[in-house]
Design a protein around this ligand. Sequence first.
Ligand code: NDP
Ligand code: 2IT
Length: 448
Amino acid sequence: MDVKLFIEDLRSRFPNEPEYLQAVEEVVNSIADVYSQYPAFDRVNLLERLCIPDRIYTFRVSWVDDNGRVRNNMGYRVQHNNAIGPYKGGIRFHSSVNLSILKFLAFEQTFKNSLTTLAMGGAKGGSDFSPRGKSDMEIMRFCQAFVNELYRHIGPDTDVPAGDIGVGGREVGYMFGWYKKMTREFTGTFTGKGLDFGGSLIRPEATGYGNVYFLQNMLATRDIDVKDKRVAISGSGNVALYTAEKLLSLGAKVISFSDSDGSIVVPEGITQEQFEEIFDLKTLYRGRISEFAEKHPDVCKYFPRERPWKHVEKVDIAMPSATQNELDGDDARALLAAGCFAVSEGANMPSTPEAIAEFQKARILYAPGKAANAGGVSVSGLEMAQNAQMMHWTAEEVDNRLRDIMADIHTQCVKYGTDEDGYVNYVRGANTAGFLKVARAMMAQGVV
Ligand code: NDP
Ligand code: 2IT
């Protein structure tokens, strides 16, 4: 298989989808060798079938705002691959959402879900609707209009959506409510549901906690403890906040957060009390991170429209947890110069290819999102299992399973990603392990 020709062909067919092509190129480059070891794969053009989504639904979402104006957004669901289980993946509501972004996310999700060892295929959906500044009733009407189109295409054994950027417990609740009304069925078709109607304990925390567990597994390979380490985080949403919570409980220092307006850096590390203030600011009041800086100019610097990476002067670990391509080559060089020796991605594809190359050249610990942030979808899988059994597991049980899954993903990365000199290339490891399971299932199921 000629990787260059393969990518060029996809580029000419999908020329306006840079994020999708970026995600595919990374995976194809890193699995090319293992793909060639199995000539049977290429005889059935497996790679192309794995890279092009099974199907995509695109629809208009019309809803009425609080002023009685009719507004129109685009809605999408990309069902990428269901070789190993029902389609599974989050829904993103953000003004930047387009097909390229959802195709990259659904592609990545397929490999991530395979790594979890649970029976879940890959999907992603969303809308260019921006929840920012919308009232609760506007959010509800939008969610209902979105599901009015989507409900025909999803189901507990077909496709199970969940949250992502701009979609949390509130939005999942509204979507689930409308889905239930349209289908007249109470099923586990969404995950991230409220605890009173089938949600799993630890699902809100799972992505952030899981990323810290993955980080601990990586650090253990070099006999390093996370305690007292200085950790730069980006974002201040679901993933960033629960990453910080777990880090603080382990004695690490959290030195930054961001949102789409700018970043804060707290050189001494935030206290537990300050964390709780930020948590309430972002979750209860849906405020901006700049508001924390305004209240605490003595401990904190604010950098409007900037990402944190160039402003953390001394840093051990970076955990990008906002969005794709939020850490570029210059940011990576700045982090390395500031002493960074580990990067564990909470977001999906936050580091650009140039940044990843810098980290790997410097031989630091670098974990791609599809391994490090798989805790969220893992606990979604555990929520599906609990719903199917009509059971509710304790927080301890879910958390223990999450720890085991993250440790297992780490083991898979080491198995398939260890270089001759002992350096673990977590990108190759995650992509290869994720790929092989899906590929074997696709081979067994014929050309479908
Ligand atoms: P949230 O909506 O809760 O938070 C997103 C955070 O990132 C906010 O602080 C937001 O700022 C910021 N952000 C979003 N878009 C941009 C942008 N274009 N530029 C700068 N900042 C931005 O989402 P999550 O925490 O759930 O998701 C964060 C990342 O983690 C995403 O990449 C998501 O795909 C990934 N992820 C999420 C999982 C989950 O379970 N939720 C699971 C695995 C991965 P603002 O408030 O200003 O919009
Ligand atoms: O990117 C992701 O893994 C998620 N947004 C979570 C998906 C899920 O189905 O829980």
